[in-house]
Design a protein around this ligand. Structure first.
Ligand SMILES: Cc1cc2nc3c(=O)[nH]c(=O)nc-3n(C[C@H](O)[C@H](O)[C@H](O)COP(=O)(O)O)c2cc1C
Length: 179
């Protein structure tokens, strides 16, 4: 499986998280680290498995590099499996916490990507509303470097373990899909 972690980051926090994830997934899962500003929407099919890392900006909006990709996704048929990482701030933005993760995830599914990978509990987060929550769970790994940076490393370690456990079924689904 050709795999990538594609990140967008305005002030570097999501980039930092992305680097930690790449290390945490080794040696079982090798992923290329890619800056979203270096790719376009149609490039997403270059990888079989994509981890998409996105912070929420401007009160409920997508980070700008991912926003450009989002705008170009109409008409693109995605064949990849997708896992999400969201980065946000639950104290200052309790009504739009991790919205970008949910908005982008739903768009990926509309374009045909396979999801349902690496969902996590909301238990250790305090917020009022989030588009990143689907059926009571975050649709990926939710990180808050602004107010819970002490939890970042344990959250990443736990999530990497979860993805490694899910990995055989991710590979199997992909192999069935490509025949
Ligand atoms: C103007 C502004 C708006 C923001 N809006 C949100 C938001 O709506 N939801 C959220 O969860 N985080 C929000 N954040 C917090 C960022 O997502 C957070 O600081 C994140 O770590 C930035 O990631 P980056 O350094 O990779 O760009 C906002 C931050 C700023 C400065």
């Amino acid at each position: 499986m050709k795999s990538a972690l594609i990140y967008g980051s305005c002030t570097g926090r999501t980039w930092h998280v992305a680097e930690l994830i790449v290390e945490a997934l080794k040696p079982e899962i090798e992923v290329e680290l890619i800056d979203v500003n270096k790719i376009g929407a149609s490039d997403l099919n270059n990888w079989d498995f994509i981890i998409s890392a996105i912070p929420t900006w401007d009160v409920g909006e997508l980070e700008y590099g991912w926003s450009d990709v989002y705008d170009d996704l109409d008409g693109v048929e995605l064949r990849s499996s997708i896992a999400m990482i969201g980065v946000g701030d639950q104290c200052s933005y309790a009504d739009t916490y991790q919205d970008a993760m949910g908005i982008l995830y739903k768009k990926f599914l509309e374009c045909g990507a396979t999801g349902g990978i690496g969902f996590t509990s909301t238990d250790s987060h305090e917020f009022d509303a989030s588009l990143g929550v689907i059926d009571g769970l975050f649709c990926g790994l939710a990180i808050d470097e602004d107010t819970q940076d002490d939890l970042t490393e344990p959250r990443i370690a736990e999530w990497a373990g979860q993805i490694k456990k899910e990995w055989p079924s991710i590979v199997q689904r992909h192999e069935q899909a490509v025949g």
